[in-house]
Write a protein that binds this ligand. Sequence first.
Ligand code: ADP
Length: 256
Amino acid sequence: MANDAELKKIEQENQRLAQLCSMKSEMVSLNAHQIKTSLSAQKWIIKMFLDGDLGALTPEQENLMQKAYESNDRAIELVSDMLADNKKEELAEKKFEFSPVDLSELIDSVKFDFSGEAYSHGVEMIFLHPEEDIPPVDADKEKMRMVLQNLLDNAIKYSGNHGKVFITLSKKDDQVQVSVKDTGVGISPEGQKHIFEKFYRDPEAEKKEITGSGIGLFTAKNVVERHGGKIWFESRPEAGTTFFFTIPIRQKGGVA
Ligand code: ADP
């Protein structure tokens, strides 16, 4: 058994590590922002060439510039993902603040935020509003938002063109259940065993060159379980995926 002095030392060490982690994540975020600014400046210059603002290009020059443009676009997407993941990790580490949350309203708000993304992927999002009144749940609103963002982002990203995403919300006894169904690429049988592991990406997703980092579902599971809920999925390759999660309406011991 550790004595008081040893416990105090471990606690101090933990605090120092938490501080270092937070400094590291701030540094990652700062560097990623700087890289993104520089990549965006390059994009602007390449676009000027492609638009012929600096004179006509030969077909060979145009072909190379187009490749540079696409590669720059991918790099910007990667850095943006990196920034988003960093934010997810920071948020998941923060203390949970519970208050009554109207999930129907939250779903509407997240769905609205993703309208542009869905449009650019040619994906239609449909929220099948519940017929009965769904009571507010005791939840950390910003962390719940992150879970919904992650599921919707994935559903759109892995849907492919002309896909459809259906969201449902229902009450089951003392729990509220949310589902996000897509008509996309599905998850391979091997992938299904590992999907909630940190940094895991289904090789099928990699083959299709869909960018991602494998942090989102790991964080979503962590957040749902910290609410006393469950998260799971049903999926068939090339036939789409449905993610489900439940949240107890009341946290044990009431709202903090
Ligand atoms: P990311 O999407 O950034 O890679 P996630 O943790 O959100 O990270 O997802 C982990 C992996 O699970 C993804 O790389 C992908 O292979 C798979 N996946 C998640 N959601 C879906 C979905 N709706 N359809 C197909 N595959 C999915």
